[in-house]
Design a protein around this ligand. Structure first.
Ligand code: G3P
Ligand code: CA
Length: 266
């Protein structure tokens, strides 16, 4: 059975729609959030960055080139970095056509628009602070916006929000600013260093290829700021891998194909 025994509990991993249901709709758009909701998934993941004029937007790459028509709309502004464009300029871009003609007109969401949609859909969010080294102060700014949108109320903090980053500094900063927020470090620190991470983060969100049964157990043996530490794995789109991860006790699976993973874990 693809479920791990933790003590005498049987656990099934939480399924998180990576960049929304991004196998079926353009990543990090409201369409991808809605697609996840329609498939029955409350947890979505996104990536947050900042524009030249200081607005928070949702996009994965440091450049707008792969997932928008920026090269056509603004030729000559190579390498089309998010940080070099204003929010108004980015609002003119098409972030859907690259994925398929039926998504023409999809926009790069501002974080505020994104939070409003996730709230309206009664969804939950794994928010990634992406490339924080490019955006000094982005942690404080992101938390301010989350607070404005009501997402730092105790009810939400209990089980509706996880903030993650590949930058340990960024995760530590979020924890220091708001210790009530569940945080995750993206990566696989050596087992000997895990206790240091447990001082400021609740989860290790790891590349699935780096996860073994021993590693998951080592994380589970630690207590983070909010109790027993957890392990999530990314980015897992096939049934066999999902079952392997469930079998070693992985607490969450981040996937572009949440329906496939849910079926695999049944
Ligand atoms: O949520 C984990 C995963 O998103 C990390 O990798 O490159 O897809 O942001 P990436
Ligand atoms: Ca991400």
């Amino acid at each position: 059975s693809p479920h791990a025994k933790a003590g005498n509990r049987i656990t099934t991993p939480l399924v998180v729609a990576h960049r929304g249901a991004s196998a079926y709709a353009p990543e990090n758009t409201l369409a991808a959030v809605d697609r996840a909701a329609r498939l029955g998934f409350d947890w979505v993941e996104n990536d947050v960055q900042r524009t030249r004029d200081g607005r928070l937007v949702v996009l994965h790459d440091a450049s707008l080139a792969r997932t928008t028509d920026v090269e056509t709309v603004y030729p000559g502004r190579s390498p089309w970095k998010v940080k070099d464009f204003t929010a108004a300029e980015i609002a003119r871009l098409d972030a859907g056509s690259w994925f398929g003609p039926r998504f023409a007109g999809a926009k790069v969401p501002t974080l505020r628009e994104y939070m409003e949609r996730v709230s309206r859909n009664h969804q939950k969010l794994v928010l990634e602070i992406k490339n924080p080294e490019l955006y000094p102060g982005i942690e404080r700014q992101t938390l301010r916006l989350l607070g404005d949108e009501g997402w730092l109320d105790p009810l939400h903090l209990r089980d509706r929000l996880i903030v993650q980053s590949f930058s340990a500094d960024s995760v530590r900063t979020v924890h220091r600013l708001r210790p009530g927020i569940t945080t995750a470090f993206l990566g696989t620190p050596p087992v000997t260093r895990l206790p240091r991470y447990a001082e400021f983060t609740d989860q290790i969100n790891a590349d699935h290829r780096s996860l073994s049964s021993g590693y998951v157990s080592a994380v589970h043996a630690l207590r983070g700021p909010r109790g027993r530490m957890k392990v999530f794995a990314w980015t897992v789109d096939d049934a066999a891998t999902a079952r392997r991860l469930a079998g070693i006790g992985t607490d969450g699976i981040i996937t572009n194909r949440p329906d496939v993973i849910r079926a695999a874990l049944r």
